[in-house]
Design a protein around this ligand. Sequence first.
Ligand SMILES: NC(=O)c1ccc[n+]([C@@H]2O[C@H](COP(=O)([O-])OP(=O)(O)OC[C@H]3O[C@@H](n4cnc5c(N)ncnc54)[C@H](O)[C@@H]3O)[C@@H](O)[C@H]2O)c1
Length: 416
Amino acid sequence: MDLSGDVGHPDRLVPSLTMSDLDLDVVVLGGGGHVGLPLSLAFAAAGLRVGVYDTNRATLDRIGRGEMPFREGGAEDLLRDLLPTGRLQLSADVSIIGRADVLVIVIGTPVDEFLGPSMTLFEKTVEQVAPHLRDGALVVLRSTVYPGTTSYVAQAFADRGRRVDVAFCPERIAEGHALEEFRTLPQIVGADDPTVGDRAAALFARLGGEILRTSSKEAELAKLFTNTWRYMKFAIANQFLMVADQAGVDYTNVLDAIRRDYPRAADLPGPGFAAGPCLFKDTMQLAAFTSDHFPMGQSAMQVNEGMPAYIVSTLERRHGSLRGRTVGILGMAFKAESDDTRASLSFKLRKLLAWAGARVLCTDPYVQDDRLVPLETVLSEADTFIVGAPHRAYRALDLDNREVVDVWGALGGIRL
Ligand SMILES: NC(=O)c1ccc[n+]([C@@H]2O[C@H](COP(=O)([O-])OP(=O)(O)OC[C@H]3O[C@@H](n4cnc5c(N)ncnc54)[C@H](O)[C@@H]3O)[C@@H](O)[C@H]2O)c1
């Protein structure tokens, strides 16, 4: 496939397949994941023939049946429209990589037990894909990575005698909103060679958004800085809540006074559980990059991760002890209208409450987990309610005469 050309006019970038025996335009490694699957759908919707390569066969089976393995706005309908077209080929066999000359890699990039990046992750992936890549292929890293990973991966391929182009094009969608954001968000294309940048830009121009060109390390830092900035904003929001609470002041009123019709403070978020699979670990990746001297990022982590303990100690002070109390957690996902529980602080809260002696009942309309109970059970048995994820379904609950902790303000006002 020749994806090079005038990136400003994606309609003119119809793949020229007549000169090639390839039956796919792009393969997405990790194509069954929270980023890889929406991206695969978006490429296929843009007319590309996409190989969805993933080692998780159970996920591929679900996708093949037209079922999304997780909640993502509009994705299930699109998947069902696309499957009959044949433009999505699902495979757990690594050899599918040889059927295209573009590979997008979008695997999870967690931090290790020392809060640093996993250095072996990409080595293993290079090992896995190198024998199957076509000569001259374009490899795009789409995961959020430790700065320098793109050059490291390019070198690892070269060391194995593989001649491939490597670019870094970070994913910036918010889970649940991927399909709409692919159309509107600019795509950052980080490459250290203009020709490689042209190839990657041509691929992402198919999504329709503006293309921003940078070097690979600029793109790596742009992505980490973005997530760290968001994490720090949530941390100051949470810290302000704690300061106001300790001063005996209603933070709902303070926040309204700060933000209402005052544009310079409009970007102060409301408090809440700042968690999930990205912000914490990306802030820690950045901290590791600074030789572990990143006090602002590390403080943000302490504040955000400390919120469940703050809630539990507030309740303990109020009641003396939590032994004998039943506490209900409303929402176990890491954010509203999501079924993603990865790194959700609701689970940390559950553990701390149980440790403090409370009986804990957890519920969530979206999360499948045998440990959860129906909302009705929580409503009839709990003495105290804590909003863990501000799902819309909870807004209409009438809990006026009950003890409620709602740091999100989801039920009409911030309550601690
Ligand atoms: N989740 C988000 O909203 C989001 C947004 C922007 C960026 N990111 C970044 O994108 C990356 C991926 O995150 P995610 O949430 O999609 O992770 P995920 O765990 O949902 O998806 C990863 C997928 O890769 C598959 N996989 C893992 N190793 C593989 C291998 N060696 N070969 C083939 N398949 C393999 C897994 O089975 C899984 O389906 C991370 O770096 C993350 O920080 C995530």
